[in-house]
Design a protein around this ligand. Sequence first.
Ligand SMILES: *Cc1c(COP(=O)(O)O)cnc(C)c1O
Length: 397
Amino acid sequence: MSKALKLQKGFFGEFGGQYVPASLKAALDQVAYFYEQVKEDPDFQEELNNLLRDYVGRPSPLYYAQRLSKELGGARIYLKREDLNHTGAHKINNVLGQALMAKRMGIRRIIAETGAGQHGVATATACALLGLDCLVYMGTEDMRRQELNVFRMELLGAQVKPVRDGAKTLKEAVDAALIDFAENYTTTYYLLGSAVGPYPYPEIVRDFQAVIGCEAREQILEKEGRLPDYLLACVGGGSNAIGLFAPFYADKNVKFIGCEPGGTGSQLGQHAASVSYGSPGILHGFKCYAILDELGEPGATNSIAAGLDYPGIGPEHSYYHASGRAEYVAISDAEAFQAFQVLSKIEGIIPAFESAHAVAQALKLAPTLDQEQILIINISGRGDKDAAQAFKLLKKE
Ligand SMILES: *Cc1c(COP(=O)(O)O)cnc(C)c1O
């Protein structure tokens, strides 16, 4: 197959691709080759499925939120409980898949980068489970703000490598990880945390997260005998959302709503809502809706939810938006924080601040629907990690 054709393969409409220096191409080709090897290998799939069942605790329940549905007086609301996974969020689905793939391909050294620390902790967990070496790049500013996650990674046997360049946050950590990967790819695998990055990562991450939507589809058919009307999920890079949406892609009556971090306003630096307030551009090696400054560099972002604080959105979501398949809405910090409290009080489920963005959209949408309609919210993670911040916010009020 020609290079050009191979590149086309990595596009969703005009989005995606591999806008990377030549030094990274060989490393990415190897990742694509690895994935080709395992994708349809029944042994790999069985090993992964066993781990998802016995280690992660899948399938996660699809729970009918009776009190919330009643309170809002509209649609029947179901919660897909990714918060009940081992480590408390959906990230483990993807990191286990990629780490297992790397191990089967003979790689013993895993590198990752992390901002808030959640992807670093998930990667360290998978590496401990599979007996792999794990090195996580992290800006020293992020290390200072997230010292407990640094400790968790170390407890799990990972090495956290401080990055002291520039603003000492996620962007610099990504750059450091990419340099390591380009230099060491024959012995090292770069484990990416969301449905972003150059080809083939967005497809790999989507496929490993699609377990969410595949389960939800079966579960709703069993409980309701029909497909849902709406799927709601929060979007940072977009992995939990694409994992829920993609298995329903061909079901045109199932509407998708991605809930973006609207932060405190629509000005640059106040939000991280790439579709709502951004525009198409090239970010971290792929084309997507992105928040860029005048120089085309990743712009400043802000969100109450650290896991949504990313200046872009995956290429498949970008295509869903451009083609009208999905709708993307901005949810403010205040709306998310309100929804965080509502779900806690009404259902006894404390959602992650990230997931609370999807809950907030449900609070707006459900009352406008009738009782025959069905809505599924992806609860991407649990809110224990956010309890201290919520406590401070409420005390201030
Ligand atoms: C990391 C994270 C997210 C955002 O990542 P996506 O790739 O957009 O899914 C959402 N929710 C939780 C709980 C997270 O930890």
